[in-house]
Write a protein of this length. Sequence first.
Length: 253
Amino acid sequence: MLKINNMTMRFGGVVAVNKLSMEIEKGQIVGLIGPNGAGKTTVFNVVTGVYKPTEGEVFYGEANEKISQLRPDQIAKLGICRTFQNIRLFKELSVFDNVFIGGHLRLKSGLFSSVFRLPKYTGEEKKMTEKAEYLLEKVGLYEMRNEKAYSLPYGMQRRLEIARALATEPRLLLLDEPAAGMNPQETQELMEFIHDIKDEFDLTIFLIEHHMEVVMGICENIFVLDHGNLIAQGNPQEIQSNERVIEAYLGVE
């Protein structure tokens, strides 16, 4: 589903990611972990087109399509969507409108059809409305669909951001610290929710997370970065016992 080949990202003299190579198989939940400043979000930014890699390439899908020089909107249309470490909702819009907007990525009608509300556009609009309502039901926010996004509790804002991403019809969903700021109960509910949407929407999920309970509880494969370098890869048991990982997180005597 995703292949990163020898990718390096430099900002001036700072090497944020250094010669990273990794592969994610279709249908997996894969974790990317590491101490603060390890380069995790930079990897997400390269995969989603926010940054163009200084060196190396990124490939996507069964066709192994090169995406490392595409714009973010082009990458999203191919089926890669993300959430953000700091929630980025349209906070003054309603819960419904936040999800409805996500569906615009798949609109085939042009500006003329939408302005004059021609049948082609109104038909698509009806389908987008039905899809937004369905997604809000799936994430438990349908009863709050008319409320402003900013009025939701933190955990529900996280769910709303994921629902908006799902409205773009992704095949690969990137979640940047989805459990940040959540209490233990919300974290447990999030883990179940991620499993549910993976199965429901046939997703491959790639996530960054500092909550080890989440990473070890739902990820089948885990990659570990430290100072931009890949220092380990494996299943949860292998990562928990890896000396280099322990050293990166806890230091040495």
